[in-house]
Design a protein around this ligand. Structure first.
Ligand SMILES: *Cc1c(COP(=O)(O)O)cnc(C)c1O
Length: 427
């Protein structure tokens, strides 16, 4: 009945039937901080980063953590201290990087809808590169930079038209997606960028999707990118860095993505074979650095047997952990305290939000009673960061564990904070 070993999360294990993350007893943390509660393992994040660092040993590489996956300040601080840069998608994310002590020179700014104000803010902070996603954006960025007496460093995000074979909402490198410049228009766009007074071309960039569990899409994108680099440089425009984006998947439910170091050994061998092995490289991993470092703890409120379905109603909901509601995503759910020999019942694990889409897991075999606690696994990426306060539910607290030490890195939000900026109408 209990999945064993726990999918994807090596720092998570049972001792005497109790679930631990590193050396922290999760029931104790749930008792101390309440539920729902996010708990992250520092060791798991560092191990995930180390797999990339091993793959890149001896190369010129800047790892830019795609912080939208998990933008808690202490998580950013951890990666900044390891020398990481950040891939940002908004001015708000830039402010978080600066608040966490990140180096703006190692920031790259992605996204299809950067505003003039965000461009101004990023230029002022001195970020490393803008990954530009349209011709219109190139013109605006050039204007903003020129008005400040600057030249903005730019890469153009290429849409290489490869199928990442992932969920349609997280596939970004196909022709029908809103992202990037079509492969066949890339050269013309670079020629335009090279003419604009407020721009300085520094690199090329792609990002083909997320939760990619096969090698082939990465290999295909690499070949197409290098074809483009050759064509652009033949036109006299130097490409100083090549950015391969992020997208490497994690194990949620028996998924078997390639290991970061093994994948990069293959990609680097192709780069070498094609004569680009000495280039400055950049990557933008998000999920693969944090996804399997986190769990969301929740308490069982009620068991509700039904004719067709049994429901296990818990105190975490789609606002806290939106991936199942949003993409029918699977997260393993396990008890904080195992009951050996207990049969269990098949439940849909659902939250208190008034939407039928509010579920965390479907058809899960669980031996639980009200008051028991559960852990939703692989909840380090795109969970807390995507959370909302729908139904006036304040955001959960977050804890970062490091061995036997647990640091509260986000206090539970108060209800009053939710409507602090609202006003009653006078008179
Ligand atoms: C989201 C995103 C990433 C990170 O994707 P993961 O699948 O989390 O690794 C990288 N680059 C860009 C441009 C993104 O939008």
């Amino acid at each position: 009945m209990i999945p064993s070993p726990l999918p994807g999360q090596p720092q998570l294990h049972y001792r005497d039937q109790s679930l631990y993350l590193e050396d922290c007893h999760l029931t104790d943390l749930a008792r101390k901080h309440g539920t729902p509660l996010y708990v992250y393992s520092k060791g798991a994040m560092l191990d995930a980063l180390a797999a990339y660092q091993r793959g890149f040993a001896g190369r010129r590489v800047q790892i830019c953590y795609a912080m939208k996956a998990n933008s808690s300040l202490a998580v950013l601080q951890l990666f900044a201290r390891q020398g990481c840069g950040f891939d940002i998608v908004s001015g708000g994310e830039l402010e978080r990087v600066l608040a966490a002590g990140g180096d703006p020179a190692k920031v790259i700014f992605s996204g299809v809808g950067k505003t003039r104000a965000e461009m101004h803010q990023a230029l002022q902070a001195g970020i490393g590169c803008f990954n530009v996603e349209s011709e219109a954006e190139l013109e605006v960025l050039s204007n903003v930079a020129a008005s400040m007496g600057l030249r903005a460093p730019v890469s153009i995000r290429v849409n290489p038209n490869v199928d990442a074979k992932t969920h349609p909402y997280i596939s970004t490198g196909l022709k029908g997606n809103k992202f990037g410049i079509a492969h066949e228009h890339t050269l013309a766009t670079y020629q335009r960028a090279a003419q604009l007074p407020g721009l300085r071309v520094v690199g090329i960039d792609c990002h083909i999707g997320s939760q990619i569990t096969e090698e082939t899409p990465f290999m295909d994108a690499l070949e197409r990118m290098l074809d483009l680099v050759a064509a652009i440089e033949a036109a006299g425009i130097a490409i100083h860095h090549i950015d391969f984006g992020g997208g490497l998947g994690i194990n949620y439910n028996g998924d078997t993505p390639p290991a970061a170091d093994a994948l990069w050994a293959k990609l680097l061998a192709r780069l070498d074979a094609r004569g680009y092995g000495d280039r400055q490289l950049m990557i933008e991993p998000g999920r693969s650095l944090v996804g399997n470092a986190g769990v969301c703890l929740t308490e069982v409120l009620y068991l509700k047997p039904g004719e067709q379905k049994n429901f296990c109603v818990v105190d975490a909901a789609m606002n806290d952990l939106p991936r199942p509601a949003m993409y029918q995503a699977y997260h393993a759910i396990v008890p904080l305290h195992q009951q050996p020999g207990a049969e269990g019942t098949l439940y849909d694990v659902v939250g208190p939000v008034c939407e039928s889409g509010d579920w965390l897991g479907r058809d899960r075999q669980l031996a639980v009673a009200p008051g028991d606690q559960l852990a939703v696994l692989s909840a380090g990426a795109y969970c807390s960061a995507m959370g909302s306060t729908y139904n006036s539910r304040p955001r959960p607290a977050e804890v970062l564990v490091d061995g036997a030490r647990a640091h509260l890195i986000r206090a539970r939000e108060g209800v009053v904070e939710l409507f602090r900026n609202e006003r009653l109408v006078g008179g």
